[in-house]
Design a binder for this molecule. Structure first.
Ligand code: ADP
Ligand code: ZN
Length: 216
C-alpha cells in the first residue's frame, strides 16, 4: 500500500492486518523503533528521517527482505511504506518471484498494490493534527482523550517529522520519488486506486473490496 504522508496508510494497515491475520510491516515504524532503540540502523537513519528525506534504497530493502524472511509472513503480509521508489518496487518484484532469494526460493506472488489517494489540503490538515504515542508509536488521532495512548498508556506527542517545513519536504519527496509508482504499476491487473478521503470505516471497506477484486 502506498500513498502520500497522512493518507491513512498506517491506520488502515493496522485494521486490515488484524482482519486478514497477517503481519503489518511498516517501514516507518521499523525505522522509528530503530531510532528509539539507538541501534546502528537507527543512528544511521535518524537525521534523514527527521528531515523528511528517504533512507537509502539498498538499506531499506535489506531491512524489509530480512523481515519478510521471517516465517510469520508465510500466509501473506501487508507492506506499509514500502516500496517508496521505483528502485524499491523493482527489488520487491524480484523478491516476490523468488529471484531475489537463494536459488530455489519460492515465489510469494501475487503482489496486490493499492494506492491510497487523498487531496493535498486534506493531507496537510491531517498531519497538522496528528498525535502519536511516544512509547509505541501508535496514531492517537481517533482518541477522544489526547492525554495518553489507548494502546499502551504512553504519552501522546506530535511526530517530529510532522513539523510544517518537514511535511512540505515529505510531500515534495513523495511527488518526485513515490508517485512514479502509479505509472510503474499502472498496467498491472492487481493494481487498485482507493480514495482515502472518506471515513476510516468506508476506506477500510473500499480497500477490502479492491483487494478481493484484484485477486479474484
Ligand atoms: P509517512 O508515510 O507518514 O511519510 P512513514 O512512517 O511511512 O511516514 O515513514 C517515515 C519516514 O521513514 C520517511 O519520511 C522516510 O524517511 C523513512 N522511510 C520509511 N519507509 C521508507 C522507504 N521505503 N524508503 C526510504 N525511506 C523510508
Ligand atoms: Zn502507545
Amino acid at each position: 500500500m502506498f500513498g502520500p504522508p497522512g493518507a491513512g496508510k498506517g491506520t488502515q494497515a493496522v485494521r486490515l492486518a488484524r482482519m486478514w491475520a497477517i503481519p503489518h510491516i511498516s517501514t516507518g515504524a521499523l525505522l522509528r523503533e530503530a531510532v528509539r532503540a539507538e541501534t546502528p540502523l537507527g543512528l544511521e537513519v535518524k537525521a534523514i528521517m527527521a528531515g523528511g528525506g528517504l533512507v537509502d534504497d539498498t538499506l531499506i530493502t535489506r531491512v524489509v527482505q530480512e523481515r519478510l524472511g521471517q516465517s510469520d509472513t508465510k500466509p501473506g503480509f501487508l507492506l506499509d511504506g514500502y516500496p517508496r521508489t521505483v528502485a524499491q518496487a523493482q527489488s520487491l518484484d524480484a523478491f516476490m518471484t523468488g529471484a531475489a532469494g537463494p536459488p530455489g526460493s519460492a515465489p510469494r506472488d501475487p503482489l496486490v498494490v493499492v494506492e491510497l489517494f487523498v487531496p493535498e489540503e486534506e493531507v496537510l490538515r491531517r498531519l497538522a493534527a496528528r498525535m502519536v504515542c511516544s512509547e509505541c508509536g501508535a496514531n492517537a488521532q481517533d482518541d477522544k482523550d489526547f492525554s495518553s495512548c489507548s494502546n499502551c498508556g504512553g504519552q501522546v506527542v506530535p511526530r517530529v517529522d510532522d513539523a510544517e517545513e518537514v511535511v512540505r519536504k515529505r510531500m515534495d519527496v513523495y511527488r518526485r520519488q513515490t508517485e512514479p509508482l502509479v505509472e510503474y504499476y499502472g498496467q498491472r491487473p492487481t493494481f487498485r486506486k482507493v480514495n482515502g478521503d472518506k471515513l476510516a470505516d468506508e476506506v477500510t471497506a473500499a480497500i477490502v473490496a479492491a483487494v478481493d477484486d484484484a485477486i479474484r
